[in-house]
Design a protein around this ligand. Sequence first.
Ligand code: HPA
Length: 282
Amino acid sequence: MTGKGDGGSGKGTAAAATEAVKRRLGSLRPRVAIVLGSGLGFLASEVTDPIHIPYSTIPGFPEPGVAGHKGELVAGRLEGVPVLVQAGRFHLYEGHSATVAALPARVFAELGIEILIVTNAAGGVRRTFPGGTLMLIADHINLMWRNPLIGQPEPGEQRFPIMHEPYDAELRALARTVAREARVPMEEGVYVGLLGPSYETPAEVRMLERLGADAVGMSTVPEVIVARSRGLRCLGFSSITNPGAGITGETLSHEEVLAASEKMGRHLSLVLKGVLSRALLA
Ligand code: HPA
């Protein structure tokens, strides 16, 4: 999967993928893309006048392989806003390159999408963030040792994009306001992206805590790197489904992670929709 050049890794395929998606959109011009993490798939069913675009019809998009992850883009409207929802992402732990993980983000940029909203399930690293905590992502740490921008820059991408504000300050402020008004408890913190697929050891969780992380997961970072390099404004949320290993002595399974993030979905969707309905009001 590391391949040389394009090698099916995703680079160079963004244009073909964009064409395929564009053909299906008709006159719809999505302004916001939303990436649904584990257990949040239900949001895709709330899109009105949905156009379902299965990954099997998009060049370069692999079929997703994780239980609870679907494989389609859903275009339509949420809160009246034209959106493109990504139901199912490509994880590095499935053997995909960072370039493939970030391919949808490149397509979003090509389509002229202005805002990328990413969601994920994560483990709590900060001791005061137990399972059930909704966390607005303030910043991230890339501990995947991979970067989707490696290789020749794609058209429109900078060689050395700055990452001083990966998650948009204005959108974060709006999310805080929406959460407060909707009485949704929401913390804010730093997400660290690891390769996975094994969950962390207690020693690793202690290390991540010292590095300044508040939540740990296995996604999100590649998409946000590409989105920022293309000038999209990003907003991210982690559903903290469990305390990190060693914090409480609790153990977890993927099924428990799914169940917990589904439970938190209602709160997250309230905040997300509130942000959507207000983000584009100039
Ligand atoms: N670690 C990494 N990823 C996760 C976790 C975790 O504890 N929980 C949900 N996704």
